[in-house]
Design a protein around this ligand. Structure first.
Ligand code: ADP
Ligand code: MG
Length: 255
């Protein structure tokens, strides 16, 4: 049975899609897990785009309309990482009922270890349908008051839906005075901070290359954070690469 985890935030642009891609890549490349990622953000889908997957013959929209079997809309990104993209075409929303997601996902991923859901921002029908299709919730936020306030709402919603809250991925941290501190965020939300991920221009570079950061810059702080989250999810130990002098110099130039 797969663990189905929805990756959520109230505010958009905080790093959910980036988190889904990098966590999934870490789970499969470092911990040998079979993973599927699903773009549940049907009104503003980006997951496939971030991997260079567009113009595909079948999408989640076709599956939700019961025109296509789910297997036909799953695309290989890595040998053990499949992607279920949503359509980029707004007209393709016709007759798509996102509420069918729960029923659809529940029985389709028995052979997988993890299914990560890239959820729409906010707590509307799209987000709630994805949350209902999952068992566990991972929150992503940036260190500012609006995003963190939304996490509090998300946590309450997860509790109402009887989902297990895994904790917070605190993203795009610049260590500026005006940012909320990790301890303040933990206190305000009552959730553990799983990792603090720094702001890093290379993430934008990796996006332009349609390659997840953990493949593009595996030794960066950002990538090591995602690998540690994967390690704690699986309960499997991960030994961070030892930095000899050669690797240290190399990492400075590769930063
Ligand atoms: P969401 O899915 O929550 O809307 P995205 O994952 O699309 O957010 O991220 C929003 C933008 O922030 C993207 O351009 C992404 O490349 C960038 N980004 C995400 N994480 C980082 C980071 N740690 N440092 C710099 N840019 C980041
Ligand atoms: Mg997104």
């Amino acid at each position: 049975m797969a663990r189905i985890i929805s990756v959520i935030s109230g505010k958009g642009g905080v790093g959910k899609t980036t988190c889904v891609l990098n966590l999934a890549t870490s789970l499969t490349t470092k911990f040998n897990k079979r993973v599927a990622i699903v773009d549940c953000n049907i009104t503003s889908s980006h997951l496939g785009l971030q991997l260079g997957l567009y113009g595909v013959p079948s999408t989640l929209n076709n599956v939700l309309r019961k025109e296509t079997k789910i297997e036909q809309a799953l695309y290989n990104y890595l040998p053990n990482l499949q992607v279920l993209p949503a359509s980029l075409n707004l007209n393709d929303l016709e007759k798509v009922d996102i509420k069918n997601l729960n029923q659809l996902l529940g029985k389709s991923f028995d052979n997988y270890d993890y299914v990560l859901l890239d959820v729409a921002a906010g707590f509307g029908k799209e987000a709630i349908s994805a949350m209902l299709a999952s068992d566990e919730v991972l929150f992503v936020t940036t260190p500012d008051i609006p995003s963190v306030t939304d996490i509090v709402k998300g946590k309450d919603l997860a509790e109402k839906l009887k989902l297990k809250s895994l904790g917070i991925v605190l993203n795009r941290v610049r260590n500026k005075k005006f940012e909320l501190k990790q301890s303040e965020i933990a206190h305000l939300t009552g959730l553990p901070i799983l990792e603090t991920i720094p702001e890093d221009e290379k993430v934008l570079e990796s996006l332009s290359l349609k390659t997840p950061m953990v493949s593009y810059r595996p030794n960066s702080k950002v990538s090591q954070s995602y690998i540690r989250i994967a390690s704690s999810l699986t309960g499997q130990f991960y030994q961070q690469p030892k930095m000899n002098i050669f690797n240290r110099v190399k990492s400075i130039f590769n930063r």
